[in-house]
Design a protein around this ligand. Structure first.
Ligand SMILES: [Zn+2]
Ligand SMILES: [Zn+2]
Length: 406
């Protein structure tokens, strides 16, 4: 069996091929739930490797399995979708699809997981359990039916037999060659609010004859901000942002309707419940002022809360592989990630793979038109996934993991 350093060396030998895969995917990005060519590419690669797999899982996803029979099951997850962004870099492998770009590094995640498959497949007969390779579509959106790729994977039962799951994401703030871990809350729950404030029309010169929906909306907006500062404990975090406000028709007509949309971010599930409930209480003040309202709170991705034990385990593998100083603390952010849907069903660790090149003075931010990675990260991600899978299956002890879960 390979030790961590040997695994990393093997992954580095695969690096030219992983770069080739990543650049191919980078040039042909596809939007969420439209990853047709990407998933066909993944399926073809798995077929060539002799990895048994299913296609059209969660619409455009692919799920491969390495290992046989009974024993524990570890899932490794990569996402595959791109973003509606016009790439501005002039690199040779820039996007060839106008207005679509792998600006979140999902091309790299897909290449890393294929790399892990290449590393694991020759060891298949020695694995004391199974590794599920989840190539997931649509991380970036929540469709009109409320589903993102991960939520659909869970709904289709992909992780019903899974004992733990590890996901990776490139991080442009961490140097390539390092990985970032963080036990506990790491990324926020992201919910959407849609509010209509209803008043009564009147001439703007005779405001007392109507109910001004714009003034009511102003009260609501200001009061909503006090939920964060005065209603949740100061040691807890959250943010309420109204991103849209529409109302009124002209300068001297009292508006009878204001439409607001916004996003609510939180980490603790109890705080999330509280914000949903108390935000409606805030909106309802308009009734006391002669108005009315409609309130819709649409839950998006839950928060990413990393399992402490599993995260510690991946950190240990990372240290063995890269050196103790190469495992750093990942930051906690109010961004969201649909990996959290898997975590509702099984213990999970979401791990950041450093992707900042040493010569870059500033990091290339995710979701921007100039995003790029240091491709050395591909070998780190592939080796970390593969070695974590092997070690986890070897060390798995149902009683120990069950105890830790309670
Ligand atoms: Zn993204
Ligand atoms: Zn992403």
């Amino acid at each position: 069996m390979l030790n961590a350093e040997m695994m990393y060396r093997q992954a580095q030998q695969l690096l030219p091929e992983l770069i080739h895969i990543r650049r191919h995917l980078h040039q042909w990005p596809e939007l969420s739930f439209h990853e047709f060519e990407t998933s066909a590419f993944v399926a073809k690669r798995l077929h060539e490797l002799g990895v048994r797999h299913e296609t059209e899982v969660a619409r455009t996803g692919v799920v491969g399995t390495i290992g046989h029979g009974e024993g524990p099951v570890l899932a490794l997850r990569a996402d595959m979708d791109a973003l509606p962004i016009m790439e501005e870099s002039q690199v040779s492998y820039r996007s060839r699809r106008e207005g679509v770009m792998h600006a979140c590094g999902h091309d790299a995640h897909t290449a890393m997981l294929l790399g892990a498959a290449m590393l694991l497949k020759p060891l298949e007969d020695t694995l004391p359990g199974r590794v599920k390779l989840i190539f997931q579509p649509a991380e970036e959106i929540i469709g009109g039916d409320g589903y993102s790729g991960a939520k659909l994977m869970v709904e289709e039962g992909v992780i019903d037999d899974v004992d733990a799951i590890i996901g990776i994401h490139v991080d442009p703030t961490i140097p390539a060659g390092s990985v970032g871990v963080r036990p506990g809350p790491m990324m926020a729950a992201a919910d959407r609010i849609e509010i209509d404030i209803l008043g009564k029309k009147a001439h703007g010169a005779y405001a007392y004859l109507g109910t001004d929906a714009i003034v009511l909306a102003a009260q609501v907006i200001m009061a909503a901000q006090t939920l964060i500062s005065r209603r949740i404990p100061a040691v807890q975090e959250g943010v309420i942002t109204f991103g849209e406000i529409h109302g009124g028709v002209r300068d001297n007509i009292l508006s009878d309707r204001v439409h607001l949309t916004g996003t609510v971010r939180s980490f603790d599930p109890a705080i999330r419940d509280q914000l949903e409930r108390e935000l409606e209480e805030v909106v309802s003040i308009v009734k006391k002022m002669g108005g009315d309202y409609r309130y819709r709170y649409v839950r998006g991705n839950p928060s990413v809360i990393n399992d402490g034990q599993l995260t510690g385990f991946v950190a240990r593998v990372g240290k063995q592989m890269l050196g103790a100083d190469k495992v750093v603390e990942a930051s906690k952010t109010t961004g969201a990630e649909d990996f959290s849907w898997y975590m509702q069903r099984t213990r999970g660790a979401f791990v950041k793979v450093g992707a900042k090149a040493p010569q870059w003075e500033e990091s290339r931010s995710l979701h921007t038109s100039t995003f790029d990675i240091d491709e050395h990260a591909l070998a780190v991600g592939a080796a970390l996934l593969a070695q974590s899978a092997i070690r986890w299956l070897q060390e798995y002890d149902a009683d120990r993991w069950r105890m830790a879960q309670e």
